[in-house]
Design a protein around this ligand. Structure first.
Ligand SMILES: [Fe+2]
Length: 405
């Protein structure tokens, strides 16, 4: 039934858009131990240069890259260890890493959460084109490919290992880079890289992945390919995320890692309003990206209620085929179980900050692909409901009678 619901989408008009993903994926517990030979299999050669390793500080502290580093050594690659990544990359962080590169680079290897993988993408881009490229990529600009990318996530969430997107923090705003060269040549999904992941990180990363999957289903850019990936991701997260949160078992780590990767593939359809709201929360709090996305998701679903039929394949997968509100409540309960704050007020955002937030949503992070137009009036009302934590009011507030796209 699930398959039928997703498969029926080929009958509807859908946009002809590219669907990108890594050229090669190595998935399984212990996959990192094969990194060196897999890198050789992609065509990279030690004679071309060293392997530039960009890891996040958590990976360094827990010595999780040990097997991967050993295998690179066995394959004959010299290593350039970059300074550890502790937060979402800024232009200064990228410059620091480039400053540590003193020889040719055969591959840029990002092992860590979304921040480390985004840093690896941006470093590769800079190595191919010079650091001025961080000022922005003009549409249609022709860029040189940097050294090939190898990405291995140490959280199950961002899906950055599957996407053509990288984020850079510039001041208080996210600068979003999209380029085909950001799609890695090799992705390594190894549950051992998630060993000892703190419970709060499991929650925020997993709920970020859930946001990617559900928002991509709402997007006007969705295709049967992104829908299939998104439904598989939601099924995987529903099955494994609670267990990963409770016990961190190896199976549950692998299950969430695969689901987050599938949600990353679904990002070929892009995200929707939920991520715009999340960015405005992140600019005012120190909350992790996934927490801000998880908080925003039920309100995004309420705003896009008129497009709820696009979520039918997921409702079928979760056996929530009655009232469409049941899916929103399911998300809300999952948030509650994992300690996600239920309202803007709860995280210290005051009512007088709401006008600036709604302006940013509409002007700074517009979503032309949102199925219900992101308009000032509606967003103002939505943020007021979100501030109060009144999901009932958000659900009852009709923002559109039907999706416009
Ligand atoms: Fe996200």
């Amino acid at each position: 039934m699930i398959r039928a619901a997703a498969a029926e989408l080929v009958r509807e008009p859908f946009p002809v858009r590219p669907f990108v993903g890594p050229a090669r994926v190595l998935a399984g517990e212990g996959a990192g131990a094969q990194l060196g030979e897999e890198l050789l299999a992609t065509g990279a050669r030690p004679a071309d240069g060293a392997a530039l390793l960009i890891g996040d500080v958590a990976v360094e502290q827990r010595d999780l890259a040990r097997e991967a580093i050993g295998s690179l050594d066995e394959a004959g690659f010299e290593l350039i260890p970059a300074p550890g990544i502790a937060a979402e990359p800024t232009p200064e962080v990228i410059q620091d890493i480039i400053g540590a590169v003193d020889r040719p680079v055969a591959a840029v290897i990002g092992l860590g959460g979304g921040s480390a993988m985004d840093a690896a993408k941006l470093v590769s881009l800079c190595l191919g084109n010079g650091p001025a490229v961080l000022d922005g990529i003009a549409p249609g600009a022709s860029l040189q490919a940097g050294p090939p990318l190898v990405l291995g996530p140490s959280t199950a969430g961002t899906g950055a290992e599957a996407t053509a997107v990288a984020m850079l923090w510039r001041g208080t705003r996210k600068q979003i880079f999209v380029h085909p060269t950001f799609v890695p040549r090799l992705a390594v999904l190894d549950s051992r890289l998630l060993a000892e992941l703190p419970q709060a990180v499991t929650a925020s990363a997993g709920l970020d992945a859930l946001s990617h999957a559900l928002e991509s289903l709402l997007s006007t850019f969705r295709t049967p390919l992104t829908t299939g990936a998104a439904v598989a991701a939601v099924e995987g997260l529903a099955r494994w995320l609670p267990e990963a949160y409770d016990s961190g078992s190896s199976d549950s780590r692998m299950g969430t890692l695969i689901a987050a990767y599938q949600a990353g593939l679904a990002l070929n359809a892009s995200v929707a309003l939920g991520h715009s709201i999340a960015y405005t929360i992140a600019a005012r709090t120190a909350l992790p990206h996934g927490v801000t996305c998880a908080m925003s998701l039920p309100y995004c679903l309420a705003y896009c209620r008129a497009a709820g039929d696009r979520l039918e394949p997921v409702r079928a997968a979760l056996a929530l085929e009655g009232d469409p509100r049941e899916l929103v409540d399911w998300v809300h309960r999952l948030n509650e179980r994992m300690g996600i704050p239920p309202s803007l007020g709860e995280v210290g955002i005051t009512a007088d900050e709401l006008p600036a937030m709604h302006h940013e949503c509409v002007e700074v992070y517009p979503r032309p692909n949102n199925p219900v137009p992101v308009e000032a009036d509606g967003i103002e009302r939505l943020l007021a409901h979100f501030h109060a934590g009144d999901l009932d009011a958000a659900w009852a507030d009709r923002f559109a009678e039907e999706p416009v796209r």
